[in-house]
Design a protein around this ligand. Sequence first.
Ligand code: SAM
Length: 287
Amino acid sequence: MTIAQVLTKASKLLITKKITSAYLDAEVLLAFVLKTSREKVLAHPERKLSLAQIKKFQSLIARRAKYEPVAHLISYKFFYGLPIKGLPQVLIPRPETEQLVELVAEYANKTVTKGSKMPILDVGTGSGCICLALKKILPQAQIWGLELSTEALKLARQNAKNLGLSVDFIKSDLLAGFKGNLQDVVIVANLPYLDRQELRDFSVEVRRGLSYEPAEALFAGRHGLSAYRKLFKQINQREDKPRAIFIEIGSAFWRDFLKLAKDNFPQAEVSSLRDLCGKQRFIKIIL
Ligand SMILES: C[S@@+](CC[C@H](N)C(=O)[O-])C[C@H]1O[C@@H](n2cnc3c(N)ncnc32)[C@H](O)[C@@H]1O
Protein backbone atom coordinates (compact mmCIF):
# COMPACT_ATOMS: atom_id res chain seq x y z
CA MET A 1 0.00 0.00 0.00
CA THR A 2 1.10 3.60 -0.62
CA ILE A 3 1.17 6.56 1.78
CA ALA A 4 -1.95 8.01 0.09
CA GLN A 5 -3.86 4.74 0.46
CA VAL A 6 -3.08 4.15 4.15
CA LEU A 7 -3.83 7.79 5.00
CA THR A 8 -7.21 7.69 3.25
CA LYS A 9 -8.20 4.46 4.99
CA ALA A 10 -7.04 5.67 8.42
CA SER A 11 -8.69 9.09 8.23
CA LYS A 12 -11.97 7.50 7.11
CA LEU A 13 -11.92 5.32 10.24
CA LEU A 14 -11.17 8.32 12.50
CA ILE A 15 -13.97 10.34 10.85
CA THR A 16 -16.49 7.59 11.65
CA LYS A 17 -15.40 8.03 15.30
CA LYS A 18 -16.11 11.78 15.00
CA ILE A 19 -12.49 12.70 15.64
CA THR A 20 -12.31 16.31 14.49
CA SER A 21 -8.61 16.29 13.56
CA ALA A 22 -8.82 12.95 11.67
CA TYR A 23 -6.59 13.88 8.70
CA LEU A 24 -4.00 15.70 10.78
CA ASP A 25 -3.83 12.87 13.34
CA ALA A 26 -3.35 10.22 10.63
CA GLU A 27 -0.57 12.28 9.01
CA VAL A 28 1.21 12.93 12.33
CA LEU A 29 1.03 9.24 13.30
CA LEU A 30 2.35 8.11 9.92
CA ALA A 31 5.22 10.60 10.11
CA PHE A 32 6.02 9.18 13.56
CA VAL A 33 6.08 5.59 12.21
CA LEU A 34 8.26 6.61 9.25
CA LYS A 35 10.54 8.70 11.53
CA THR A 36 10.15 11.71 9.28
CA SER A 37 8.24 15.00 9.13
CA ARG A 38 4.56 15.40 8.21
CA GLU A 39 5.63 17.60 5.28
CA LYS A 40 7.79 14.78 3.85
CA VAL A 41 4.92 12.31 4.26
CA LEU A 42 2.61 14.61 2.30
CA ALA A 43 5.22 15.27 -0.38
CA HIS A 44 5.45 11.57 -1.37
CA PRO A 45 1.92 10.11 -1.53
CA GLU A 46 3.07 7.44 -4.02
CA ARG A 47 5.74 5.97 -1.67
CA LYS A 48 5.14 2.27 -0.90
CA LEU A 49 5.21 1.18 2.74
CA SER A 50 6.59 -2.06 4.17
CA LEU A 51 4.30 -4.52 5.91
CA ALA A 52 5.92 -3.73 9.27
CA GLN A 53 5.32 0.02 8.78
CA ILE A 54 1.67 -0.56 7.82
CA LYS A 55 1.09 -2.80 10.86
CA LYS A 56 2.66 -0.30 13.28
CA PHE A 57 0.62 2.54 11.77
CA GLN A 58 -2.62 0.55 11.92
CA SER A 59 -2.08 -0.31 15.58
CA LEU A 60 -1.61 3.40 16.41
CA ILE A 61 -4.73 4.32 14.41
CA ALA A 62 -6.70 1.65 16.29
CA ARG A 63 -5.63 3.25 19.60
CA ARG A 64 -6.48 6.74 18.30
CA ALA A 65 -9.90 5.43 17.24
CA LYS A 66 -10.42 4.65 20.96
CA TYR A 67 -9.66 8.34 21.61
CA GLU A 68 -6.19 7.88 23.08
CA PRO A 69 -4.50 11.28 22.65
CA VAL A 70 -1.96 11.62 19.81
CA ALA A 71 0.55 13.09 22.29
CA HIS A 72 0.46 9.80 24.25
CA LEU A 73 0.93 7.76 21.09
CA ILE A 74 4.00 9.70 19.98
CA SER A 75 5.17 10.69 23.51
CA TYR A 76 5.54 14.40 22.85
CA LYS A 77 3.64 17.55 21.98
CA PHE A 78 4.83 20.86 20.55
CA PHE A 79 4.14 23.77 22.91
CA TYR A 80 5.19 27.28 21.96
CA GLY A 81 7.53 25.72 19.39
CA LEU A 82 9.18 23.47 22.00
CA PRO A 83 8.96 19.66 21.77
CA ILE A 84 7.65 18.78 25.24
CA LYS A 85 8.02 15.13 26.19
CA GLY A 86 4.89 13.58 27.70
CA LEU A 87 3.87 10.71 29.98
CA PRO A 88 0.40 9.25 30.62
CA GLN A 89 0.69 10.36 34.29
CA VAL A 90 1.15 14.04 33.33
CA LEU A 91 -1.25 16.46 31.64
CA ILE A 92 -0.64 17.03 27.91
CA PRO A 93 0.02 20.75 27.22
CA ARG A 94 -2.96 22.47 25.58
CA PRO A 95 -2.80 25.10 22.83
CA GLU A 96 -4.88 27.63 24.84
CA THR A 97 -2.18 27.60 27.54
CA GLU A 98 0.22 29.15 25.01
CA GLN A 99 -1.91 32.28 25.36
CA LEU A 100 -1.34 32.28 29.13
CA VAL A 101 2.40 32.25 28.41
CA GLU A 102 1.96 35.22 26.07
CA LEU A 103 -0.01 37.20 28.66
CA VAL A 104 2.76 36.75 31.21
CA ALA A 105 5.53 37.54 28.71
CA GLU A 106 3.71 40.68 27.57
CA TYR A 107 3.27 41.82 31.17
CA ALA A 108 6.93 41.09 31.99
CA ASN A 109 8.19 42.97 28.95
CA LYS A 110 6.07 46.00 29.83
CA THR A 111 6.81 46.01 33.55
CA VAL A 112 10.41 45.01 34.07
CA THR A 113 13.20 47.51 33.63
CA LYS A 114 15.78 46.29 31.10
CA GLY A 115 18.47 44.01 32.48
CA SER A 116 16.67 43.22 35.75
CA LYS A 117 15.54 39.69 36.54
CA MET A 118 11.79 39.19 36.82
CA PRO A 119 11.01 36.35 39.23
CA ILE A 120 8.25 34.05 37.95
CA LEU A 121 6.61 31.12 39.74
CA ASP A 122 4.73 28.52 37.68
CA VAL A 123 2.45 26.74 40.16
CA GLY A 124 1.33 23.22 39.12
CA THR A 125 3.96 23.04 36.41
CA GLY A 126 3.11 19.53 35.12
CA SER A 127 5.36 18.82 32.11
CA GLY A 128 7.01 22.22 32.69
CA CYS A 129 5.57 23.59 29.45
CA ILE A 130 4.62 27.06 30.81
CA CYS A 131 7.85 27.82 32.66
CA LEU A 132 10.03 26.41 29.89
CA ALA A 133 8.28 28.48 27.23
CA LEU A 134 8.64 31.56 29.48
CA LYS A 135 12.34 30.88 29.96
CA LYS A 136 12.73 30.67 26.19
CA ILE A 137 10.98 34.04 25.71
CA LEU A 138 12.45 35.75 28.80
CA PRO A 139 15.96 34.32 29.22
CA GLN A 140 16.82 36.93 31.88
CA ALA A 141 13.91 35.92 34.13
CA GLN A 142 14.45 33.78 37.23
CA ILE A 143 11.86 31.03 36.99
CA TRP A 144 10.65 28.29 39.31
CA GLY A 145 8.26 25.43 38.56
CA LEU A 146 6.30 24.09 41.56
CA GLU A 147 4.53 20.74 41.46
CA LEU A 148 3.06 18.14 43.82
CA SER A 149 3.31 15.09 41.56
CA THR A 150 6.69 13.31 41.67
CA GLU A 151 6.26 11.90 38.13
CA ALA A 152 5.43 15.32 36.71
CA LEU A 153 8.43 16.94 38.46
CA LYS A 154 10.77 14.30 37.06
CA LEU A 155 9.36 14.85 33.57
CA ALA A 156 9.59 18.65 33.87
CA ARG A 157 13.26 18.37 34.90
CA GLN A 158 13.90 16.04 31.97
CA ASN A 159 12.19 18.46 29.56
CA ALA A 160 14.30 21.35 30.88
CA LYS A 161 17.47 19.30 30.39
CA ASN A 162 16.48 18.18 26.86
CA LEU A 163 15.75 21.78 25.89
CA GLY A 164 18.80 23.26 27.63
CA LEU A 165 16.63 25.71 29.61
CA SER A 166 17.44 26.64 33.18
CA VAL A 167 14.44 26.54 35.54
CA ASP A 168 14.40 25.52 39.23
CA PHE A 169 11.85 22.84 40.01
CA ILE A 170 10.55 22.35 43.55
CA LYS A 171 8.23 19.71 45.00
CA SER A 172 5.52 21.76 46.62
CA ASP A 173 1.86 21.74 47.62
CA LEU A 174 0.99 24.90 45.68
CA LEU A 175 3.19 27.61 47.30
CA ALA A 176 3.87 25.77 50.58
CA GLY A 177 7.33 24.50 49.55
CA PHE A 178 8.55 27.82 48.12
CA LYS A 179 10.86 29.35 50.73
CA GLY A 180 11.82 32.46 48.73
CA ASN A 181 10.25 35.92 48.95
CA LEU A 182 7.09 36.52 46.91
CA GLN A 183 7.74 40.26 46.70
CA ASP A 184 7.94 41.28 43.00
CA VAL A 185 7.13 37.73 41.88
CA VAL A 186 4.70 37.05 39.04
CA ILE A 187 2.66 33.92 39.69
CA VAL A 188 1.36 31.96 36.73
CA ALA A 189 -0.83 28.89 37.20
CA ASN A 190 -2.80 26.44 35.15
CA LEU A 191 -4.17 24.36 38.03
CA PRO A 192 -6.95 21.76 37.78
CA TYR A 193 -10.18 23.65 37.07
CA LEU A 194 -12.87 21.23 35.88
CA ASP A 195 -15.98 20.08 37.72
CA ARG A 196 -16.74 16.40 36.93
CA GLN A 197 -20.32 17.48 36.12
CA GLU A 198 -18.98 19.35 33.07
CA LEU A 199 -18.00 16.06 31.39
CA ARG A 200 -21.66 15.55 30.38
CA ASP A 201 -21.47 18.62 28.14
CA PHE A 202 -18.29 17.55 26.35
CA SER A 203 -18.16 15.67 23.03
CA VAL A 204 -17.34 11.93 23.12
CA GLU A 205 -13.93 12.73 21.68
CA VAL A 206 -13.07 15.18 24.48
CA ARG A 207 -14.65 13.09 27.25
CA ARG A 208 -12.95 9.84 26.22
CA GLY A 209 -9.67 11.69 25.57
CA LEU A 210 -9.71 13.11 29.12
CA SER A 211 -10.11 9.59 30.55
CA TYR A 212 -6.47 8.94 29.46
CA GLU A 213 -5.18 11.84 31.58
CA PRO A 214 -4.54 12.07 35.34
CA ALA A 215 -7.69 13.09 37.26
CA GLU A 216 -5.64 15.06 39.81
CA ALA A 217 -4.47 17.36 37.00
CA LEU A 218 -8.02 17.98 35.76
CA PHE A 219 -10.66 18.12 38.47
CA ALA A 220 -11.03 20.58 41.34
CA GLY A 221 -14.32 20.00 43.13
CA ARG A 222 -17.53 22.00 42.77
CA HIS A 223 -17.35 24.36 39.80
CA GLY A 224 -13.62 23.54 39.58
CA LEU A 225 -12.72 26.17 42.18
CA SER A 226 -10.96 24.25 44.96
CA ALA A 227 -7.32 24.44 43.73
CA TYR A 228 -7.45 28.20 43.09
CA ARG A 229 -9.32 28.81 46.34
CA LYS A 230 -6.45 27.11 48.20
CA LEU A 231 -3.79 29.00 46.20
CA PHE A 232 -5.42 32.38 46.92
CA LYS A 233 -5.69 31.50 50.61
CA GLN A 234 -1.99 30.62 50.75
CA ILE A 235 -1.11 33.95 49.08
CA ASN A 236 -3.28 35.90 51.50
CA GLN A 237 -1.67 34.18 54.50
CA ARG A 238 1.74 35.57 53.52
CA GLU A 239 3.11 39.01 54.32
CA ASP A 240 5.11 39.13 51.09
CA LYS A 241 2.60 39.70 48.29
CA PRO A 242 3.32 38.89 44.63
CA ARG A 243 3.26 41.58 41.97
CA ALA A 244 0.70 39.86 39.73
CA ILE A 245 -1.14 36.56 39.24
CA PHE A 246 -2.15 35.07 35.87
CA ILE A 247 -4.32 31.95 35.86
CA GLU A 248 -6.09 29.71 33.35
CA ILE A 249 -9.68 28.86 34.31
CA GLY A 250 -12.68 26.80 33.22
CA SER A 251 -14.96 28.74 30.91
CA ALA A 252 -18.19 27.09 32.14
CA PHE A 253 -17.87 28.69 35.58
CA TRP A 254 -15.74 31.71 34.69
CA ARG A 255 -17.94 34.09 36.69
CA ASP A 256 -17.28 32.02 39.84
CA PHE A 257 -13.49 32.19 39.25
CA LEU A 258 -13.71 35.95 38.71
CA LYS A 259 -15.71 36.39 41.92
CA LEU A 260 -13.25 34.19 43.82
CA ALA A 261 -10.38 36.39 42.63
CA LYS A 262 -12.19 39.66 43.42
CA ASP A 263 -13.24 38.42 46.88
CA ASN A 264 -9.69 37.34 47.72
CA PHE A 265 -7.96 40.42 46.33
CA PRO A 266 -10.42 43.31 46.81
CA GLN A 267 -7.71 45.97 46.35
CA ALA A 268 -6.35 44.45 43.14
CA GLU A 269 -7.12 45.16 39.50
CA VAL A 270 -8.88 41.93 38.42
CA SER A 271 -10.05 41.11 34.89
CA SER A 272 -11.01 38.07 32.84
CA LEU A 273 -9.73 37.47 29.32
CA ARG A 274 -10.94 35.33 26.44
CA ASP A 275 -9.06 32.61 24.55
CA LEU A 276 -8.82 32.47 20.76
CA CYS A 277 -12.16 30.56 20.61
CA GLY A 278 -13.83 33.50 22.38
CA LYS A 279 -14.26 31.65 25.70
CA GLN A 280 -13.46 33.33 29.01
CA ARG A 281 -10.28 31.43 29.87
CA PHE A 282 -7.85 33.55 31.91
CA ILE A 283 -7.83 35.85 34.92
CA LYS A 284 -5.28 38.60 35.43
CA ILE A 285 -4.81 39.96 38.94
CA ILE A 286 -2.55 42.97 39.36
CA LEU A 287 -1.88 43.51 43.06
C1 SAM B 1 -4.09 21.35 34.59
S1 SAM B 1 -2.55 20.61 34.99
C2 SAM B 1 -1.48 21.77 34.19
C3 SAM B 1 -0.08 21.33 33.98
C4 SAM B 1 0.78 22.37 33.22
N1 SAM B 1 0.91 23.58 33.99
C5 SAM B 1 0.17 22.69 31.88
O1 SAM B 1 -0.26 23.82 31.67
O2 SAM B 1 0.12 21.78 31.03
C6 SAM B 1 -2.44 20.99 36.69
C7 SAM B 1 -1.14 20.57 37.39
O3 SAM B 1 -1.22 21.01 38.74
C8 SAM B 1 -0.69 20.00 39.58
N2 SAM B 1 -1.26 20.17 40.92
C9 SAM B 1 -2.52 19.86 41.34
N3 SAM B 1 -2.66 20.16 42.64
C10 SAM B 1 -1.47 20.67 43.05
C11 SAM B 1 -0.99 21.17 44.31
N4 SAM B 1 -1.76 21.18 45.38
N5 SAM B 1 0.29 21.62 44.36
C12 SAM B 1 1.08 21.61 43.27
N6 SAM B 1 0.69 21.14 42.06
C13 SAM B 1 -0.57 20.68 41.96
C14 SAM B 1 -1.09 18.71 38.90
O4 SAM B 1 -0.28 17.64 39.31
C15 SAM B 1 -0.90 19.09 37.44
O5 SAM B 1 0.41 18.79 37.01
